[in-house]
Design a protein around this ligand. Structure first.
Ligand code: NDP
Length: 244
């Protein structure tokens, strides 16, 4: 793990932030990406104070130019990219009848296009080196659809399809791994993006659920990375034990 370099999108909170800490603790050099600079700067400082290596780049994953600059900045800082973790995502879930069209657009832009732009930014470098690892964060909602998650689930199904498609396109001798991480309920800032009042009335369904911590998903991501390069963890579905 000592010499690896990982880019983590959505590193300013939740799963991405916990993953940055976890990977840095195990000796991986991390490049933190998100829009909120204050959060990224604080995290970089914290990681460095504990002896880790971190850089950050303000990045909007919906901008292809930003994603290309992120890859470039990582190469300038560390000389290579071993792992890309496409984790940034939003979940303003809503009932279709409430026509939150702007929120559908944003979910598609962040959750699908962001992942594609990430792949586009690092794949040429990984193909040139003949190694690499692309980890895309989907969701249990990328396996099942619930009332209000039609669009969010659509984006997370797409993340799984894109990851599988990439894996099948890569030649066996290319030594580039792909992993889908599908979390269940995790305590984070994610639900702050919800504006649909009809969704809040559903919240009682989850009242007895103890959510996971970002650290639980970070441990799964670390597991996928630390396997020998001849081993691919294709997908991990990680949920609270109480989640059905
Ligand atoms: P958070 O809301 O805590 O974190 C989301 C992260 O995404 C933030 O760091 C945010 O940073 C970043 N982000 C959002 N939009 C953009 C953008 N346009 N460009 C760059 N970064 C962006 O949520 P989680 O940690 O819970 O979510 C992480 C991933 O896990 C998401 O893909 C989510 O769908 C998935 N997931 C989460 C589950 C949960 O229960 N929490 C369950 C299943 C999957 P900033 O605002 O600073 O840009």
């Amino acid at each position: 793990m000592e010499s690896k370099v990982a880019i983590i999108t959505g590193a300013s909170s939740g799963i991405g932030e916990a993953t940055a800490r976890e990977l840095a603790r195990s000796g991986i050099k991390v490049m933190l990406a998100a829009r909120r600079e204050d959060r990224l700067a604080l995290l970089k400082k914290e990681i460095e104070a504990k002896g880790g290596q971190a850089e950050y780049r303000i990045t909007d994953v919906t901008s292809q130019a930003d994603m290309e600059s992120l890859a470039q900045a990582t190469l300038e800082a560390y000389g290579k990219i071993d792992v890309l973790i496409n984790n940034a995502g939003i979940a303003p879930v809503s009932f279709l009848r409430n026509r939150k069209v702007d929120e559908w657009d944003r979910m598609i832009d962040v959750n699908i296009k962001g992942v594609l732009y990430g792949i586009a930014a690092v794949l040429p470098h990984m193909e040139e080196r003949n190694e690499g690892h692309i980890i895309n964060v989907s969701s249990v909602a990328g396996h099942q659809i619930y009332p209000s998650t039609a669009v969010y689930s659509g984006t997370k199904f797409a993340v799984r399809a894109i990851t599988e498609g990439l894996r099948k396109e890569l030649r066996p001798d290319q030594n580039i791994r792909t992993t889908i991480i599908s979390p269940g309920n995790v305590a984070s800032e994610l639900e702050q993006t919800i504006t649909d009042q009809d969704v809040f009335s559903l919240a009682s369904q989850f009242a007895n659920l103890t959510p996971l911590k970002g650290e639980d998903i970070a441990a799964a991501i670390r597991y996928a990375i630390e396997q020998s390069t001849s081993v691919t963890v294709k997908e991990m579905i990680v949920t609270p034990t109480s989640q059905r």
